[in-house]
Design a protein around this ligand. Structure first.
Ligand code: SF4
Ligand code: SF4
Length: 167
């Protein structure tokens, strides 16, 4: 597996190739079969991966939240929603989002300080176990520049689908 500190540069270097792979899949892959490959690889690769040694998602992604999530985290921290929002949130494209990157709730031990009420965006990332990957391949390509597991899934999929256009 690629090291967390190498995935941004290597993923960006392969971005053109990965976008060509996306087009290749759009023309040839069956949606359900591709989802099944994603799910199998997701389970296999995350089963023994220690995300606390990576945390690239917590360091670099924009984390958006809905009103319910804001209230839940504020309550967990013993703050009012408005005090919490003033201290930790910005409005991003009409949505609440954490102000700081890396995330302020990422502990030095690599653990999330609000894990029991972390936003769904955090809980679901990188979504490679969800159906509908073919229509979301662009976000997979960008996740391959953040997440070592997604980077590896894409490389394995290129082998599975015998993708040769790697120039
Ligand atoms: S809330 Fe937790 S899981 Fe989400 S970005 Fe912050 S530290 Fe990471
Ligand atoms: S989900 Fe991916 S980017 Fe986030 S910590 Fe785990 S391996 Fe790293």
């Amino acid at each position: 597996m690629i090291a967390p500190d190498k995935v941004k540069s290597k993923g960006e270097k392969l971005e053109g190739q990965n976008i060509r792979f996306r087009a290749f899949l759009k023309n040839r892959a069956d949606d359900d079969e591709l989802d099944a490959h994603f799910l199998r690889l997701h389970k296999e690769l995350f089963s023994d991966y220690d995300c606390s040694k990576c945390n690239n998602c917590c360091k670099s992604l924009t984390i958006t939240l809905d009103d319910g999530e804001v209230a839940a985290i504020a309550g967990f921290l013993g703050q009012s929603a408005s005090d919490f929002a003033a201290a930790h949130l910005v409005e991003d494209d009409g949505q609440h989002a954490f102000k700081a990157r890396p995330c302020e709730f990422l502990g030095d031990n690599g653990q999330c300080g609000i894990k029991s009420c972390r936003p769904a965006v955090c809980e679901g990332y990188p979504y490679t176990d969800r159906p509908g990957r073919l229509s979301r391949m662009l976000s997979v390509v960008y996740s391959a520049e953040v997440c070592p597991v997604v980077f590896e899934i894409l490389e394995r999929l290129k082998e599975i689908y015998r993708f040769r256009n790697r120039g």
